[in-house]
Design a protein around this ligand. Structure first.
Ligand SMILES: Cc1cc2nc3c(=O)[nH]c(=O)nc-3n(C[C@H](O)[C@H](O)[C@H](O)COP(=O)(O)O)c2cc1C
Length: 157
């Protein structure tokens, strides 16, 4: 099965998990870059949460990989205010017509994963073949590695 892993990451957690999954599965990945400034502290943080809650779209850099060439697109996002990020919302909105099947993963403090997966399912108009939630605490305690192995195994044929 040919998979493409697509993620957005503001502070590196979702990127770290994405790189581990793509290594485990030996699949290609694409990092989505949001052209809007997101990395500052308090003001940017508040704006990020607000944009996610209001289901805002953003402008992302031109993608490098054509999603229609893959059997499954694995979409990774941090959780912001119990929702997907504007960058991933934009990627899905602009490319979902090309998706054959999807899977989702997220990184989070602890709350909002299921709600986000439901929203991503609706937006993609596809039920994910698998989902994976990884908390910051699991990363800190190195509990993410087994979860990644179990998740990745499902895509290796
Ligand atoms: C604006 C904002 C809102 C957040 N809201 C939530 C939330 O609702 N639930 C949660 O569990 N974590 C929340 N978090 C924590 C992030 O989901 C978590 O730190 C994630 O791993 C960050 O991923 P990244 O390092 O790839 O950017 C929020 C973080 C930010 C910046």
């Amino acid at each position: 099965m040919k998979c493409l892993l697509v993620f957005y990451s503001r502070t590196g957690n979702t990127k770290k998990i994405g790189e581990l999954i793509s290594t485990e599965m030996n699949c290609e990945y694409e990092e989505i870059i949001d052209t809007k400034k997101r990395k500052g502290f308090i003001i940017d943080f508040i704006k990020c949460g607000f944009a996610a809650t209001r289901e805002k779209l953003t402008i992302i850099n031109k993608i490098q990989k054509d999603p229609k060439l893959y059997d499954t697109i694995i979409l990774g996002t941090p959780i912001w205010n119990k929702r997907m990020t504007p960058a991933i919302r934009t990627y899905i909105t602009e490319n979902k017509n090309q998706f054959k099947s999807v899977a989702f993963y997220c990184t989070l403090g602890g709350k909002g994963g299921q709600n986000t997966f439901e929203n991503m399912t609706k937006l993609c108009e596809k039920t994910p073949v698998s989902t994976l939630e990884i908390t910051k605490k699991e990363i800190k305690n190195e509990l993410h590695l087994d979860k990644i192995k179990n998740f990745s195994r499902q895509f290796i044929s």
